[in-house]
Design a protein around this ligand. Structure first.
Ligand SMILES: Nc1ncnc2c1ncn2[C@@H]1O[C@H](COP(=O)(O)OP(=O)(O)OP(=O)(O)O)[C@@H](O)[C@H]1O
Ligand SMILES: [Mg+2]
Length: 236
């Protein structure tokens, strides 16, 4: 569950303080997915970083899994993020000297998950992403689409309640992009994860439960799969 109210963040520029996120309120239930659209510079990455605790808001409240992120600091913030939040970036950022399996196991090691349980989770995820045979490969032996699937598996290995993804498909061809998003949303639903994806990719918005468009740091347009105004409804 993510709930943010009246969140504002401004950066200093030559024209003074420029609001990048400007009074945004948004809530997303556990297990739901949201695609964050908007032109370059509209504030998508900044909003993800605020929700993921990598940036602090100037004002407003951010609740993730009932925790007030805006008032956590230091170790308690780090501990919360390590356990509950997964990040997926545009270019996987895999550790090049670790194998596929070791990359996926990384957050489980950080969270001191016992070895047997860790191995089971890694195996389960490698099967889900279709890369069990590549467990011992190094990242340089993988295609771009495979790298992003491993990065996804790593981002959710520790079963975080929240996954934040920043343009995860922008370096992929449309088939690999669809494959990754289908996987991300399906596994997310199965595991009850709240998933937020910043994207320019219409394929992503078609698969997400909801879409929100940012313009100059404000919410300009929102759809909801539960509402009747959505034309391409895909829920049974
Ligand atoms: N640390 C920072 N210091 C100053 N300005 C920043 C900082 N981070 C972002 N900005 C500015 O905030 C605005 C929004 O940036 P942001 O990266 O959130 O946009 P975005 O929607 O993710 O764009 P893109 O689609 O290009 O990734 C931009 O004008 C950017 O220059
Ligand atoms: Mg961005």
């Amino acid at each position: 569950m993510i709930r943010i109210t009246e969140v504002t963040k401004a950066y200093a520029s030559s024209r003074g303080l420029v609001p990048v996120v400007d009074g945004v309120s948004l809530s997303l239930d556990a297990g739901r997915s949201l695609a964050l659209m908007g032109r370059s510079g509209s504030g998508k990455t900044t909003l993800l970083y605020l929700i993921g605790g990598l940036e602090r808001p100037d004002s407003g409240q951010i609740f993730c899994l009932e925790q007030p992120l805006h008032s956590l600091t230091g170790n308690s913030l780090a501990r919360f993020l390590r356990k509950n939040v997964g990040f997926l970036f545009q270019f996987g950022n895999l550790l090049s000297y670790l194998t596929v399996a070791e990359n996926v196991a990384f957050p489980l090691r950080l969270n001191n998950v016992p070895a047997a349980q860790r191995d089971r989770r890694v195996q389960e995820l490698l099967e889900k992403i279709g890369l069990a045979p590549a467990a011992h490969a190094l990242p340089r032996e993988l295609s771009g689409g495979e790298i992003q699937r491993v990065a996804f598996a790593r981002a959710v290995a520790h079963r975080p309640g929240i996954l934040l993804a920043d343009e995860p498909t922008s370096s992929l061809d449309s088939a690999s992009a669809y494959n990754l998003m289908d996987l991300m949303f399906r596994v997310g639903r199965d595991e009850g994860r709240t998933t937020l994806v910043a994207t320019h990719d219409p394929a992503v918005t078609a698969l997400a439960d909801r879409t929100v468009r940012l313009e100059d740091g404000k919410i300009a347009h929102a759809t909801d799969a539960d509402s009747t105004d959505r034309s391409a409804g895909q829920e049974s």
